[in-house]
Write a protein that binds this ligand. Structure first.
Ligand SMILES: Cc1cc2nc3c(=O)[nH]c(=O)nc-3n(C[C@H](O)[C@H](O)[C@H](O)COP(=O)(O)OP(=O)(O)OC[C@H]3O[C@@H](n4cnc5c(N)ncnc54)[C@H](O)[C@@H]3O)c2cc1C
Length: 525
């Protein structure tokens, strides 16, 4: 009863396009508890059908900012939005942000999965308690710019619910839906390779690696099959592929030799790249990285993958490469959601934006992060697909929307000819990548041809580790290291975390997981 009372209050505030009871049934991910009955007749099946949602805001409601995506760009934007001015509604197929630069470290247990995932409710608390702010676990399927609406469909990855359609009216729409891994149309990549982009990918890699180690130790497995099972192939020599190869070779050198000494001579890492590895880095650093990888046992292969089959891939020169684990990391391109969208595009197919990150022909729509690029008319080239670009665009746009809101332009079509102030300007702060064995590259030049500091080695690794560890959910990593080393004090735990922190476990869900949100991230991931 209490819930229904609340819902009636909520319904009048957000101007629902359905009765409170329907809303309750249709948004069970927010309001229902396990075991509540759901009326299947209310389910919607397609865009265009009359279905539930959040209707247009009316004063005295706050104007509504709808954010598509919970990555670097969307989360930085939500963090900066002034929730005394706006309600925030986030639509995303995941309820957390992933700290991607450290994702490779979670595959081999250097960091815990939960250390690199931050729940959205912690980034923008209003989403958990403000009556007009929400997180919806869904994909946006279409943007109706004319009617200021987005059409969405629920997703849970487990088919718990039949996919459910709903729509949301926006006053301001921020598209921050990221990009998709490029496969270049190569047959078998999507089916057999693992992409390293989400926490569940890192979990899958860890499981597969440990499984293959155990299977290869079983009596009767031929030498050839052992070699295949324990052949880890990484395709793509950009920073992600190189960092993952480095982490893997460290894992082999230190942990596999100790824990799986029977099969230690069978396990190998091969990194396949069509051109040069780390092509955006200084030449000197690239040579250093190449030597370092070779020294730590990574085989570097120049080649183009033509076909991927369940147990082997085939290169364009006809060479067969058998594998037990295949990780695909060859860069990103526009997602099908962006490709299908009827909005202007930048060269390369991202959503086209102007100097203020607006989509010019669609009032109140903005696009940030990997899904957006400058329109040709701006004379600027598209910025690289980097967290530092996405994060700074999110910060800039939050400030711009706050300014617009303060000056009374927060509602749909409210901006008029308002002076928006300074346009977004990106200044590259440099690039970093670790190559394993406590070595990293730090390239502080503004661009590949510019002058500036570029260093490699242990000092760079300290810089790399410090820069990232100060940003992630360090408490959980420290806590788990203290559990692992019960006699340690916080300082010891910090040292263990800093220097290694590797904790390889088959069971990812620890009994002492102290937060429901953390538990859920692992469950969902
Ligand atoms: C392993 C790895 C390591 C990296 N390391 C670095 C690094 O060291 N430095 C660096 O600068 N960059 C790094 N990057 C790149 C960086 O992570 C990306 O540039 C950054 O994530 C882009 O942010 P974004 O918000 O645009 O997209 P994302 O972070 O990809 O977020 C997109 C969000 O949109 C959601 N979404 C997708 N489709 C829809 C839809 N239809 N409706 C609603 N939501 C949707 C996704 O679920 C996700 O929540 C790395 C990337 C990876 C994968």
């Amino acid at each position: 009863m209490y819930r229904f009372k609340n819902l009636t209050r909520f319904a009048s505030r957000v101007n629902l396009q359905c009765t409170p009871v329907q809303f309750y049934l249709q948004h069970i991910h927010r309001f229902a508890t396990a075991g509540d009955a759901v009326d299947p007749s209310i389910s919607g099946d397609g865009v265009g059908q009359a279905y539930a949602g959040l209707g247009p805001t009316r004063k005295p409601d706050k104007p509504r900012v709808v954010v598509l995506g919970s990555g670097w760009a969307g989360c930085r934007l939500m963090k900066g939005i002034d929730t005394s001015i706006y309600d925030v509604v986030c639509v995303s197929p995941r309820n957390h942000m992933v700290f991607t630069p450290l994702l490779a470290s979670t595959c081999v247990g250097t960091l815990e999965f939960r250390s690199v995932a931050e729940p959205i409710g912690r980034i923008q608390p209003a989403i958990s308690h403000e009556p007009g702010s929400f997180f919806f676990l869904a994909n946006c399927k279409a943007v109706d710019a004319k009617n200021h609406e987005v059409h969405c469909q629920t997703t849970d990855g487990l088919q718990t619910l039949k996919p459910w359609d709903f729509k949301i009216s926006y006053d301001k729409l921020v598209i921050a839906s990221g990009a998709e891994a490029s496969t270049f149309g190569i047959k078998g990549v999507k089916e057999h390779a693992i992409f390293l982009r989400e926490v569940q990918h890192a979990q899958e890699i860890r499981r597969k690696l440990l499984l293959n180690l155990m299977l290869s130790d079983v009596p009767g497995v031929s030498d050839e099959e052992k070699r295949r099972l324990l052949h880890c192939v990484v395709v793509g020599g950009g920073p992600t592929g190189v960092e993952f190869s480095g982490e893997l070779s460290d894992f082999i050198m230190k942990d596999v030799r100790q824990r799986y000494s029977h099969v230690k001579d069978y396990i190998h890492v091969t990194l396949i790249e069509a051109k040069d590895i780390l092509s955006s880095f200084d030449d000197r650093l690239r040579v250093y990285a190449t030597n370092q990888l070779i020294k730590s046992g990574v085989r570097l292969v120049h080649g183009i993958v033509k076909d991927v089959q369940p147990k082997k891939l085939v290169l364009s020169d006809g060479t067969d490469v058998p594998y037990g684990l295949l990780v695909w990391s060859t860069g990103v391109g526009p997602s099908s959601f962006v490709r299908d969208m009827d909005l202007p595009k930048a060269p390369g197919g991202r959503i086209g934006v102007d100097d203020w990150l607006r989509v010019p022909s669609a009032p109140d729509i903005f696009a940030i992060g990997d899904c957006s690029g400058y329109l040709e008319s701006t004379g600027k080239s598209t910025l690289p697909a980097l967290a530092q670009v996405a994060e700074r665009e999110g910060k800039y746009l939050a400030e711009l929307l706050n300014k617009i809101g303060k000056e009374g332009g927060g509602y749909a079509n409210g901006v008029g000819d308002m002076n928006l102030g300074a346009p977004f300007v990106y200044k590259h702060l440099g690039s970093m990548a670790t190559v394993g064995s406590y070595k990293a590259l730090v390239d502080l030049r503004q661009s590949k041809d510019a002058k500036g500091l570029s260093i490699a080695g242990f000092t760079s690794w300290i810089v790399w580790r410090s820069a990232y560890l100060t940003r992630v959910n360090i408490e959980s990593t420290l806590a788990s290291n203290q559990i692992e080393f019960p006699t340690s004090n916080s300082w010891d735990a910090l040292v263990v975390t800093y220097i290694s922190g590797r904790q390889v476990r088959i069971n990812d869900i620890k009994q002492n997981s102290n937060s429901f949100e953390d538990f859920w991230i692992i469950l969902q991931g």
